[in-house]
Design a protein around this ligand. Structure first.
Ligand code: NAG
Ligand code: NAG
Ligand code: NAG
Ligand code: NAG
Length: 575
């Protein structure tokens, strides 16, 4: 787009949106008076801006949308408020990359302009049609505040940056009729194509308390017919936002195109529960004849099920990276600070580092790992090996920039006799972590890392393990304890927790943590349990940040190996 065109777009959007936007809020709180308030502080040189996580230069960001690779260029669109640091005026902002690490920002790709999206352009997905033509299906908010599904195509298929998009005149292609709740009908998935040549997509919805993935079919991706039955539904789960449905290979890390259907593959259905603001997934079987999905026995399809991430991580979306035959996961990480703080700093929201995602060899859960490309940012490195940490001691790891780092550590636990006995009532790992924080002495553990810690450790975010004895087996708990993460006020300091399916008697227990000023992403057990936290230290900023390994258990633990790297700054959406 030319400068002149951008300015027309901006002025047009300003006047249209600020007047018209009202009431179509999904479940985001609306701060009408703040939607166009610009920050008073410069966005540069802020302690909580990240150096290698995806974020726009300023303002509000939420869901990742339509991730794809086209002609060798990665695309990320995202829900964005061009005018302020709170949710509102939502458009599809757009950035491209050749490596998923460094990003170039473009003008918004899709923004309110027609009756079928005049009150907002909400989340959606990209699908490649035969011949490699990308199509975007997204939710528009119409003048009656109804949620409808719209289609857009690139204006110029020769432009690898796909900067301009044309909305179909036939929009909306799916409307909330025949009993569909017009306020609970959104977030179309990437389409998949059956053996009959017809396309399928699902849309998140609910009927009373039953969350569901409404299924539509189409011969041409334009004319859509609703199926009698949803692809899947589950009672007492409330609204399903941002469903994602894709095949996974039964063995290995290789990803599959979304349309791959054969008896050899498993399928994953992920939903973002509006009620809990957490995401849950099941592993199961897709029956192409009945067009129905069934979770495997034992795979729980409600708020007691498996999560991608046991901290903050929402509205996620995967895509198949055909260039490297892998499936990559994007997820939105919101702030844990107050709205006043967000407005003051002028921005809100991050995207997690993209994660490779595959089925564990057990077939019972997924595994995630930061994409290998992020390792290009690794700079100065320090290593430790075969280092015992006695109970009640800490060990500083110095020589790297502790506020901007990547750490991989693995622990060897040879003696487990002192493990605390597991109580059968401890079924909720998050509650257990808040009861047994890093300062609560145990038998085997708590041991792990203190990150973004002040020199005196008054401020610290602890990511750690505890091992419990449960009859003949051992249970590994992983926690991210934010209770002492900041001396600041008005911050959500909830502790998060997950059980990690690792046998500590026969396997090393590993932890990888990515630290980036105000975000801590942790991967336990080689990616079997992930926890993402937001923290806002007052002392542990810049050179005031330190990194320690610690053990607060009765038994010593051995660091088999530890590598820590300073992380370089990536070029992300620079002006
Ligand atoms: C389409 O994009 C290509 C590549 O950027 C460019 O060379 C060409 O001029 C564009 N065509 C139009 C009609 O804008
Ligand atoms: C439709 O969904 C909205 C938003 O969740 C809810 O407030 C409303 O009660 C629902 N209407 C019906 C008829 O279920
Ligand atoms: C999920 O479903 C299981 C089995 O039906 C049930 O026992 C459990 O209480 C449910 N959990 C939630 C959070 O609804
Ligand atoms: C956003 O952050 C707040 C405060 O930590 C939390 O209560 C809420 O559930 C979060 N929402 C999402 C979608 O993560």
């Amino acid at each position: 787009m030319t400068m002149a065109f951008s300015r027309i777009w901006y002025i047009g959007l300003c006047s249209v949106l600020l007047l018209l936007h009202r009431g179509a809020e999904a479940s985001h709180p609306i701060y009408m008076h703040l939607q166009s308030v610009q920050s008073t502080s410069a966005v540069d040189h802020q302690p909580y801006r990240t150096a290698y996580h995806f974020q726009p230069p300023q303002n509000w960001m939420n869901d990742p949308n339509g991730p794809m690779i086209y002609k060798g260029i990665y695309h990320l669109f995202y829900q964005y408020n061009p005018f302020g640091a709170v949710w509102g005026n939502i458009v599809w902002a757009h950035s491209t990359s050749t490596d998923l690490v460094n990003w170039v920002r473009h003008d918004p790709a899709i923004y309110p302009s027609e009756p079928f999206d005049i009150k907002g352009c909400w989340s959606g997905s990209a699908t490649f049609l035969p011949g490699g033509k990308p199509a975007i299906l997204y939710t528009g908010i119409d003048p009656q505040n109804r949620q409808v599904q719209n289609l857009a195509f690139p204006k110029n298929l020769s432009d690898p940056l796909l900067r301009e998009w044309i909305k179909l005149a036939q929009n909306p292609l799916m409307a909330p009729i025949n009993g569909i709740n017009a306020s609970s009908f959104r977030d179309p998935t990437t389409g998949w194509r059956g053996a009959d040549g017809r396309w399928r997509v699902i849309i998140g919805s609910k009927r009373r308390r039953r969350g569901m993935a409404i299924l539509y079919r189409s011969k041409d991706f334009i004319h859509w017919t609703k199926s009698q039955h949803p692809l899947h539904s589950s009672d007492n789960t409330g609204m399903w936002e941002c469903p994602d449905f894709f095949p996974v290979s039964p063995n290995g890390k290789m990803g599959l195109d979304t349309s791959v259907i054969n008896p050899g593959v498993k399928h994953v259905l992920k939903v973002s529960l509006d009620d809990t603001k957490h995401e849950y997934y099941t592993i199961g079987t897709y029956d192409p004849a009945k067009d129905q999905y069934s979770p495997d026995p034992g795979s729980v399809d409600n708020g007691s099920g498996l999560r991608y991430d046991y901290g903050k991580f929402y509205a996620s979306k995967t895509f198949f990276d055909d260039s490297k035959k892998r499936r990559i996961l994007w997820g939105w990480i919101n702030e844990s600070s107050s709205v006043a703080d967000d407005v003051e700093k002028g921005w809100s929201g991050l995207q997690a580092i993209p994660r490779l995602l595959w089925l564990d060899s057990s077939g019972k859960q997924l595994v995630q790992w930061p994409i290998v490309e992020i390792e290009q940012l690794r700079g100065d490195q320090v290593n430790l090996a075969n280092k015992e940490i006695k109970g009640g001691s800490v060990l500083e790891v110095s020589g790297i920039t502790a506020s901007q780092a990547d750490i991989e550590v693995s622990f060897d636990l040879s003696k487990l006799e002192k493990a605390e006995v597991m109580n059968p009532s401890w079924v909720n790992p998050q509650l257990l972590c808040s009861k047994k924080g890093a300062s609560v002495k145990g038998g085997i553990g708590p041991f792990g890392l203190l990150v973004l810690a002040s020199k005196d450790m008054k401020e610290q975010t602890a990511i750690f393990f505890r091992v419990f004895k449960d009859g003949k087996r051992y249970v590994v708990l992983m926690c991210s304890d934010q209770s002492r993460s900041s001396l600041g006020k008005d911050i959500d300091k909830t502790s998060y927790g997950a059980f990690v399916d690792v046998d500590p008697l026969h396997e090393k227990l590993s932890l990888r943590t990515l630290i980036d000023h105000s975000i801590v992403e942790s991967f336990g057990g080689q990616g079997k349990a992930c926890i993402t936290a937001r923290v806002y230290p007052k002392l542990a900023i810049g050179n005031g940040a330190h990194l320690f390994a610690f053990n607060n258990g009765a038994e010593s633990v051995k660091i088999a190996s530890l590598s820590a790297w300073s992380m370089k700054r990536a070029h992300i959406n620079e002006a």
